[in-house]
Design a protein around this ligand. Structure first.
Ligand code: DWN
Length: 412
C-alpha cells in the first residue's frame, strides 16, 4: 500500500528544477515506523529517490512524507540511548559555553531537542535553555528531566512567536534536524529570526561526502530529506543572512559536519580548506555521485551473499540496532525474517515491536548471550565500537559481528 506523499518540483533549497537522479531505492516503509505486532492492516510504503541539484549542489530526496506522520506520537528515537552521543553532546556544549562566553544571563535554544540529551549539559552549567521538539514522547522525557520544551515544528512562525515572547538566543543548536526539514528556507529563516544579533548557530548534519565514500546508503530514508555538502549548506544559510564562519568534520553517525554560522561574515581557514577539498573531489557536480548507485548495488549483492553463505553452513544470524538506517538496509537488501532470527536494541521504547517492512522482532540486548546466534548483523554500525564493548560476553563465547558498509565483513 502506497501512503500519502508529495513530490517536489524544484530543489528544496534554491528551487531549481535542474535535478539529476542519484539513486532510486524503490518503495520503502517509514524507517522509524516500528510495527505493533498486534496491529492489523498493511504498512504504508513510499517511493524513495535521491537527486542532485546542479544549481546549488544540494542532494535531496524528491518524496515528502508529512512531518506529522514521520515524527508523530509513536516516534521512537530517544537520543540518550547512546553513551557516545551523550559524550559527543557534552563536549559540544562545553565548547559552545567557552566559545560564546555563555552564563546565567544567556539563552541556549535547541531545535529538535529530543529528550534533553544535550540541553541538560547547558542547564547543569547554569545556562538557561529552551528545547523545541515535535515528538511528544521525547519532549515529555525532556520535561521530566527539567528541560523547558516547546512542542511543535520549528519554522518562521514559531520563531516569530518566540521573539514576541522575548526570546533572543545567544546560541541555537540544530543537530540532526536540518536534514529532516521539508521546507529548508522556512527553517533557516526561523533560525535567523530567533538568533540574537551576536549569536552563534551550531548545526550538525550527516556529511554527504562521507555518505558517498562510506556507501552509507542506509542513512537514506524519508526522515532525511537533504544530504549536505559544505557548499550546499553555505548557500542555504547565506540566503538568510547567516554566514558559515567555522566548521569541523566529525566521525559520529558515519561522518558529520558541525557548521557554525553567524550574522557577520568571518570565515575561518577550515571553511576555505574543506570547500577546496570538495571542489578538488568534484563534489559540486553530478559526476561525483554518478556511480554511487552501482556501489550500493555491490553492497546489496555482497551482503546477501555473505549472509546466505553463513546460513547455508548452518549458522544462525541475528541483528543489533533497531535503527532507522537498519530499516533501509534490510528492506533494500531484502534481508528479513528469512535470514535473521531477531534484532536487539537497548531502547526499551522499541522492544516488543517489529522492524518496518521486514517484521523482524525487536528484543532486549541480553537475548544475544541467552540465545548465542553465531553472527549478529550490526545495523547500528555507527556505534559499533560502543556496542561491541558492551557485548564482551557474547564475543567471548564466540559470537561475531557482521559490519555491512562500506563493504560487508565479519569482525573480529
Ligand atoms: O537523524 C537521525 C539519526 C541521527 O539518529 C534520526 N533520524 C534517527 C536516528 O537514526 P538511527 O535510528 O539510524 O540512529 P542510531 O542512533 O544510529 O540508532 C541506533 C540504535 O541502536 C538506536 O535504536 C539505539 C540502539 N543502541 C543500542 O541498542 N545500544 C545504540 C547504542 C549506542 C547501544 O549501545
Amino acid at each position: 500500500m502506497i501512503g500519502q506523499y508529495t513530490v517536489i518540483d524544484g530543489c528544496r533549497s534554491c528551487g531549481s528544477t535542474d535535478l539529476s537522479e542519484v539513486l532510486d531505492l524503490g518503495a520503502m516503509p517509514l524507517a522509524d515506523a516500528l510495527v505493533d505486532p498486534t496491529a492489523e492492516g498493511e504498512e504504508p510504503h513510499f517511493p524513495l529517490s535521491v537527486w542532485f541539484c546542479s544549481d546549488c549542489t544540494l542532494v535531496q530526496i524528491r518524496e515528502s512524507v508529512p512531518p506529522e506522520v514521520l515524527f508523530g506520537a509513536d516516534y521512537p528515537y530517544y537520543s540518550s540511548f547512546s553513551d557516545a552521543l551523550l559524550d559527543h553532546s557534552r563536549s559540544n556544549v562545553t565548547d559552545l559555553i567557552a566559545r560564546c562566553g555563555l552564563d546565567e544571563s544567556s539563552l541556549a535554544v535547541e531545535i529538535a531537542s529530543n529528550d534533553g540529551y544535550l540541553l541538560q549539559y547547558f542547564r547543569d552549567a547554569g545556562v538557561p535553555v529552551l528545547g523545541i521538539d515535535p515528538a511528544p514522547g521525547p519532549a515529555e522525557a525532556a520535561r521530566r528531566r527539567g528541560i523547558p520544551t516547546r512542542g511543535g515544528f520549528f519554522g518562521t512562525e514559531l520563531a516569530r512567536t518566540l521573539v514576541e515572547e522575548g526570546v533572543a538566543a545567544d546560541v541555537v543548536v540544530a543537530n540532526n534536524v536540518l536534514a529532516h526539514v521539508p521546507d529548508q528556507n522556512d527553517f533557516v529563516s526561523g533560525i535567523a529570526t530567533v538568533l540574537a544579533n551576536d549569536g552563534l548557530v551550531s548545526v550538525e548534519v550527516p556529511y554527504v561526502v562521507d555518505l558517498v565514500d562510506g556507501v552509507e546508503f542506509d542513512t537514506i530514508y524519508h526522515e532525511h530529506q537533504c544530504y549536505f555538502s559544505v557548499e550546499s549548506a553555505r548557500r542555504l544559510f547565506e540566503r538568510h543572512g547567516l554566514f558559515l564562519n567555522d566548521l569541523e568534520r566529525l566521525s559520529i553517525h558515519g561522518g558529520t559536519l558541525r557548521l557554525r554560522f553567524q550574522k557577520n561574515r568571518l570565515p575561518s581557514d577550515a571553511v576555505e580548506m574543506v570547500l577546496a577539498e570538495e571542489r578538488a573531489r568534484g563534489a559540486h557536480s553530478f559526476a561525483f555521485y554518478a556511480d554511487f548507485g552501482h556501489r550500493v548495488e555491490g553492497v546489496r549483492r555482497d551482503l546477501t551473499a555473505l549472509v546466505d553463505g553463513l546460513k547455508s553452513d548452518g549458522a544462525t544470524v541475528a541483528a543489533y540496532g533497531a535503527a532507522a538506517k537498519g530499516a533501509t538496509l534490510l528492506n533494500y537488501t531484502g534481508i528479513g525474517t528469512d535470514r535473521l532470527d531477531f534484532v536487539v536494541d537497548r531502547n526499551h521504547h522499541k522492544q516488543g515491536r517489529l522492524m518496518p517492512g521486514v517484521g523482524l522482532r525487536i528484543e532486549a540486548p541480553n537475548r544475544l548471550t541467552e540465545t548465542m546466534p553465531d553472527y549478529v548483523l550490526m545495523l547500528a554500525w555507527n556505534f559499533a565500537d560502543e556496542i561491541m564493548a558492551q557485548q564482551q560476553a557474547y564475543l567471548a563465547a564466540g559470537g561475531r559481528f557482521i559490519l555491512p558498509v562500506p563493504s560487508p565483513r565479519i569482525v573480529p
